[in-house]
Design a protein around this ligand. Structure first.
Ligand SMILES: Cc1cc2nc3c(=O)[nH]c(=O)nc-3n(C[C@H](O)[C@H](O)[C@H](O)COP(=O)(O)O)c2cc1C
Length: 335
């Protein structure tokens, strides 16, 4: 029998549970971008209360990026100091932590919004160099690796998607060619930084002519073969529905992936109670589950669940946190 509180192996990391906290927005800053004390409190509560792995809030590359005002930030003088404290807190409780990189626009030097079809070869090299540099910065700050968000509608999700990418050079056309930019990034990070490289990918994107389940599966295989260390499954909208049978929308897809891939596969979204999560673990080969909003509503709930042998998140999925772009809960935030 599998249980969310099993100690388990996740690639090179030993986890104290199968639960991955997946990130949100971080704009609780003051005085030139330094993190407010409550950010450290949040991390301490998560790490000290049975979470297996933490993925940070998203960091964007460019101050002109669409989500930059709501993002965690690596371009201020306190970045290493602040995030060394965050990663130290996590490591104090023996919880590995990945930094998430997500960017919507890419400035190739001549065009601040160079879309996948427009970006030049020099622009692609610039993009790859900036992603490797971000991995390096995460590593300096004590993160155990990088998670590259290639999901939702972010830049790399568009680059690998046939709906957006009609390039006729070596970076467009077949799935393999659209993935080339990413495969090269993996190899570069492995060579230059040597850290864990995780990807967030869409199972589907809901667009006609866009990403299908079959192509997404192929992409996950290409990632694993290129040296990626884990994949986390999501979709373009965060409010995807459960399947008709009441199962999680991507249950069979994630199960197939967990069976066929040699790297950890994380399923997430809409998971709220321990009973359902243990059923998923025991009825499939899925081994890791991610939660976001439950950690916004309460950072230390997993300890209560472990002690009681059961539990349901108090998150009411009002999505105010998402709408207002912050990691404070509108129902329970002042407690
Ligand atoms: C406030 C908020 C901010 C989010 N920001 C990010 C993000 O920066 N990167 C990311 O990959 N997902 C982000 N998400 C999506 C979540 O990681 C997650 O996929 C989604 O909320 C569904 O999971 P849940 O039902 O457990 O909340 C965010 C979600 C919320 C609510």
């Amino acid at each position: 029998m599998k249980d969310i509180f099993d100690e388990c192996q996740f690639g090179e990391f030993k986890l104290k549970s199968r639960i991955i906290r997946t990130g949100g927005w971080e704009r609780d800053t003051e005085d030139g971008g330094f993190l407010k004390p409550k950010v450290f409190d949040r991390y301490e509560k998560m790490a000290g209360n049975e979470v297996g792995l933490i993925v940070s809030e998203m960091f964007a590359l460019d101050p002109k990026d669409r989500f930059y005002p709501y993002c965690a930030n690596m371009n201020y003088k306190g970045f290493i100091k602040d995030y060394k404290q965050v990663t130290n807190l996590s490591h104090h409780f023996e919880v590995p932590i990945l930094g998430q990189l997500a960017f919507f626009f890419f400035d190739d030097g001549t065009n601040q919004k160079a879309e996948p079809n427009d970006i030049s070869l020099e622009g692609i090299r610039k993009l790859q160099a900036e992603v490797v540099m971000a991995a390096k910065k995460f590593s300096f700050a004590g993160f155990d690796g990088i998670q590259i968000n290639m999901a939702h509608n972010f830049y790399l999700a568009r680059f690998i998607n046939p709906y957006f990418n009609q390039r006729t050079d070596d970076y467009g056309g077949s799935t393999e060619k659209r993935m080339r930019i990413v495969v090269e990034i993996i190899k570069l990070i492995k060579k230059m930084v040597g850290c864990h490289v995780s990807f967030r990918i869409n199972a589907v994107d809901g667009r006609k002519g866009g990403m299908t389940l079959d192509e997404s599966f192929k992409i996950a295989k290409i990632l694993a073969e290129a040296g990626a260390d884990s994949v986390q499954i999501t979709a373009r909208t965060i409010s995807f529905k459960f399947g008709e049978t009441g199962d999680h929308a991507f249950l069979s897809y994630a199960d197939r992936m967990a069976k066929e891939l040699d790297i950890p596969v994380i399923l997430g979204g809409t998971l709220r109670d321990m009973k359902t999560m243990n059923e998923i673990l025991n009825e499939t080969d899925i081994e890791f589950l991610s939660l976001a909003k439950p950690f916004v509503a309460q950072q230390d709930f997993l300890s209560e669940w472990k002690e009681n042998g059961d539990g349901v998140s108090r998150c009411r999925a009002c999505n105010n946190c998402y709408g207002k772009k912050e990691s404070n809960c509108f129902q329970f935030g002042d407690e």
